[in-house]
Design a protein. Structure first.
Length: 108
């Protein structure tokens, strides 16, 4: 079974420690033990939701808000640029949703 880690008890996301197929993931860390079901595969090092996050709601990691949900996010969903924007800076919201590459300047 794939694994994820929750850093702080108030975090509503965890980071995958393995590439994860759709199905159960064991979450360790602050709220251990916890099992979340992924509706689709998610790559290692990406975030998954632990609890529902409403549109406009905070995405919390390290006990601080790192993002704002741009649509409702359900437990087990991949949390990335397609469903949240950065709470840290404006430019982060313009990055490519799949790769995270900049889209506002040539990249060589």
């Amino acid at each position: 079974m794939a694994r994820a880690f929750q850093v702080h008890p108030t975090d509503n996301v965890a980071t995958l420690l393995d590439d994860a197929p759709a199905g159960p993931v064991t979450v360790s860390g602050a709220e251990s033990p916890l099992v979340i079901t992924l509706p689709r595969p998610v790559a290692m090092a990406h975030k998954i939701a632990l609890r529902p996050v409403a549109e406009g709601g905070p995405v919390i990691k390290y006990g601080v808000q790192i993002g704002i949900a741009t649509r409702p996010i359900q437990p087990g969903e991949w949390v990335h640029l397609h469903n949240c924007r950065s709470a840290l800076d404006e430019r982060s919201s313009t990055l490519d949703a799949e790769s995270g590459a900049v889209t506002d300047m040539p990249y060589e």
